[in-house]
Design a protein around this ligand. Sequence first.
Ligand code: ZN
Length: 411
Amino acid sequence: MQISNEQLALVNKQIAALRKAGSFYGKKLEEAGIDSISSPEDFVRLPFSEKKDLRDAYPLGLMTAPESDVVRIHSSSGTTGLPVIIPYTAKDVDDWAIMFKRCYEYAGITKMDRIQITPGYGLWTAGIGFQNGAEKLGAMVIPMGPGNTDKQLQMMQDMKSTVLCSTSSYALLLAEEIDKRGIKDRIHLKKGVIGSERWSEKMRQRISESLGIELYDIYGLTEIYGPGIGINCKYNTGMHYWDDYIYIEIIDPVSLQPVPDGTQGEIVITTLVKEGAPLIRYRTHDLSRIIPGDCPCGSPHPRLDVIMGRTDDMMKIKGVNVFPSQIEEVLKQFPETSSEYQIRISHLDGKDTMRIYVETNGSVNFLDLANRIAARVKSVIGFTPLVKVVEFGLLPRSEKKTKRVIDERFE
Ligand code: ZN
C-alpha cells in the first residue's frame, strides 16, 4: 500500500522532530543528509530501524520530546540483554486510548459492556492499554491482571463480565477450566479480544465454541504504542489498522524491498503522529500481508492478515527452512487432534531430528494417526518427522504464551 500525501506530510514532521532531538534515527538521517522527503520513492529510501537500535538507546535515548512533556515509559520484556524503553507524552497516551477505543467499537463492544482484563499491568503495555481504551469507551473495567484462575472465574461469574481480554493461551485455559467445572451457564461472556501471539484457526474455534463467544484479534507491539493499533471487524476478513496513526509496508525479509499488496512478508511500521519516541520504518519481524480490496463493513481503514509467524521463528532443520505455521497448517487438516502441539528439535548422532507431539482423545489409533500426520508433514517440508500422539490434556497449557517450539540443539 503506497504512502499517501497526507501520510508523507506527517512523516516529514516526525523526521524534523527526530533530527532536532539527535536520537539514533536523527543521526542516521543527518548522515544520509535527509531533511525531508517528497515522494513514495523517497520514503522507501529511508533507513530501517531495528530492535537493536532501540536496545542500544537504553535507557532514554529514544526520547524525542522534551522531558517536561513525557508522562510515562513502557518497556518491552527483554528475554536477552537490555529491554527497550519507550517514552510517551500525554498526547501519545491519549492517541493510544483513542485507537484502542476504536478497536473495541469495531468489535461491537459498547459502554454497557463489562470488560475483564487479564493481561499484565506494569512496565508491559498490555493491561493498561486494554484499560485506557475501555475507559475511553466508557465501559466498566474489571482489572484482574494475569493468573489466579479461581479468582478470575469467581469475578467473571459475580461481575457478569461480558468481554474477556486475554492471550489466546489463557483464553484456552479458562475455557477448559469452565468446561471442567461445569459452570458455563453462569458465564455471561459474549466477546473475547485476544492479543499478543500467533494462534491457529483450530484454537480459535475451540475457544469460541467452548465459551460460545465471538473472538477478535488485536494487533500491536510495545515499540509502536502497544496493543490496539489494529483489530478485525465482525466480517473477520483481516485486521483493520489505523492508517491515520501508523503507516504499514510489507517487505521481503531477505531483499528488504517492499512487496505488492497480497504478498506475504515482514511488517514494517512508521509512526505518523508520535511524540515521545517516533519510529520510522521499524522492522517488526512479524510476518503477514496486506489484504487487497475493500471489507464488506465499508471501513476506510486497510487490513492486515492474521500474523503468520515471525521471521525469527524460522527453524533450519536438516538444511531446510521450516516455519511453525507450516506444521500448524498440516495439523489443522486432522480434526481428531486438539489445538495444542509441541515441536522438539534435537541433534543426535550427527543428525537433526524433529519430533512433533500432538494430542487426541482415546477413540483413535495413536500409531495410525501418527503415521498419517508424518506423511502429510513430509509432503510439505520434504523430510519425515517423528510424530508422537499423546492423550488430550497432556501437553502444557500456559497463563501467558505457550512455548510450542523447543530447540534442544542450542540448550
Ligand atoms: Zn471490516
